[in-house]
Design a protein around this ligand. Structure first.
Ligand code: UD1
Ligand code: MG
Length: 477
């Protein structure tokens, strides 16, 4: 999506300290289901289908950390605008007005309000266009009626429903605090109307901050109309100011994602303890997720899979159909159809597992490809290896991929139908040819030809009668 000169400008406020979180990390970078709060907001904008113009993020507290995040994330380019010092949300907008040229319509969002839906943002823009045509609105304020309005700015309406002002909790009278219609911290602004008023904002309030919310009262003084865009689902406006808010955000987001997948035919034995990030791409029908599973990232799971209790799928993970994963961790890897993984397997770093594979108890696989019908059922480490099909890796077999002297890693190749005996070590780089066997307990440092048997351990010595001859005199009868 290219920035369009006539497109909608988006400003995201992210300069505040987040004092109430008591953290070293800037508030907007606190993770919510693996992604920073700010990332949720930016993705919502990027997926809204709105034709975008200028995109900026106001940075201030730990500005370099937040700016670095903007530079390193994938997705659209967002320009950081520095607000130094941070004198409030209105001051943040004043700094933006000084630094960049904005188009007609400006969407002003908060970096700490991450649950706004993509569809809602698109509807806000649409409502703004309609109300601009019908009533010439100067701005739309997103609001919702909530059970517990504590901490939010209250929306003050006149008898005819006109929005007159927003009063912050700390400045509100008892009577005003009883109002349950609150400000979500999200606005659509008609910039040519609003921009000249920015100089009229003051910090004459309980927090000595310049409030963006005062624009509403200023608009009314200029006899301009301000509309309210009411959210049907108030969970979309939860602002994260404390650790308790962050936990509540996790809960609400999870409720949203698990409901979505249940509607697609996925069973959650206990949705409250199964964590599904909004990044998850696909979960096939009749797949069952047991309690305490976490799917965190662009994860795809096929049909009829069983993702057993205490499993974590993290990053880019793809799982075929009819596969079962039990109490295991899979990171950035691909697993085929009808595989059986775990319990207690760890599969990571771009491992690719074909169909009908068994990777069982305490097996770790790293950056490897595993062919169809191959088994490594117990206590193995398979690192940096290319393993063919119908291979059996015996219990305790290890691929020693790391050379600690040169601090380098090497690859190992094991061709189809190879049998590696229990407790063998294959010291990389090494290749084992098709149909070959490695005897149990071997340490393989040289290549094994196809069809060969490699034995790399001392021969067994059996001393007949040794016990009675040598030891019997010492044994206590
Ligand atoms: C703000 C609103 C309040 C609304 C609530 C919704 C004001 C004055 N109040 O209160 O009406 O109900 O959001 O969540 O706007 N920020 C800056 N620069 C600053 C101060 C803040 O960029 O100088 C950023 C913060 O990083 C944050 C956002 O603005 O992302 C909101 O600031 P915050 O301090 O959280 O305001 P609230 O008290 O939540
Ligand atoms: Mg806030």
């Amino acid at each position: 999506m290219q920035a369009n000169k006539h497109g909608v400008a988006v400003v995201v406020l992210a300069a505040g300290k987040g004092t109430r979180l008591k953290s070293q990390l800037p508030k907007v970078l606190h993770p919510l289901m693996r992604l920073p709060l700010l990332e949720h907001v930016l993705r919502t904008v990027e997926s809204s289908g709105i034709s975008l113009g200028q995109r900026c993020v106001v940075v201030g507290h730990q500005a370099n950390v937040v700016s670095d995040f903007l530079l390193t994330r994938s997705g659209e380019v967002w320009n950081p605008v520095l607000q130094e010092p941070q004198c409030g949300t209105g001051h943040a907008l004043q700094e933006v007005a000084k630094a960049v040229t904005l188009g007609e319509c400006v969407l002003l969002l908060s970096g700490d309000v991450p649950l706004l839906r993509v569809e809602t943002l698109a509807k806000l823009k649409q409502a703004f266009d309609e109300q601009r045509t019908e009533n010439n609105v100067a701005m739309l304020v997103v609001g919702a009626t909530v059970e517990n309005p504590k901490g939010y700015g209250r929306l003050l309406q006149s008898f005819d429903g006109q929005l007159q002002a927003i009063v912050e909790e700390k400045d509100a009278t008892e009577e005003q605090r009883a109002i349950s219609l609150v400000n979500a911290g999200i606005y659509a602004l008609h910039w040519p109307t609003i921009a000249p008023w920015l100089s009229q904002l003051s910090n004459n309030n309980a927090q000595n901050e310049v409030y963006v919310t005062d624009l509403v009262a200023i608009a009314r003084q200029h006899h301009q109309t301000v509309g309210v865009f009411t959210l049907k689902d108030d969970s979309e406006m939860l602002g994260v100011n404390s650790r308790a808010d962050l936990a509540e955000c996790h809960r609400l987001l999870n409720e949203r994602t698990t409901r979505h997948w249940m509607a697609q035919g996925v069973t959650f034995v206990d949705p409250a303890t199964t964590w599904i990030s909004p990044e998850v791409l696909h979960i096939g029908s009749d797949t069952i997720l047991e309690p305490n599973c976490q799917l965190l990232g662009p994860v795809s799971i096929g049909d009829n899979c069983k993702i057993g209790a205490n499993t974590q799928l993290v990053g880019v993970v793809s799982i075929g159909n009819h596969t079962s994963v039990l109490a295991s961790v899979i990171q950035d890897s691909t697993i085929g159809n009808r595989c059986s993984i775990g319990p207690f397997a760890h599969i990571r770093n771009q491992t690719v597992v074909a169909d009908d594979v068994r990777l069982g108890n305490f097996v770790e696989v790293k950056n490897s490809s595993i062919g169809a019908n191959t088994n490594a059922a117990h206590l193995s480490y398979l690192g940096d290896s290319d393993i063919g099909s119908h291979v059996n890796m015996g219990a305790g077999s290890i691929i020693a991929n790391y050379d600690p002297i040169r601090k380098t890693k090497h690859r190992t190749t094991i061709e189809d139908h190879v049998k590696v005996g229990c407790n063998s070590v294959l010291v990389a780089p090494v290749a084992v040819g098709k149909n070959a066997c490695v005897a149990a307990g071997s340490v393989i440092t040289e290549g094994v030809a196809p069809d060969a048997l490699a034995i790399a351990r001392p021969r067994q010595t059996t001393l007949a009668g040794w016990v009675s001859k040598t030891l019997s005199s010492l044994l206590i009868k």
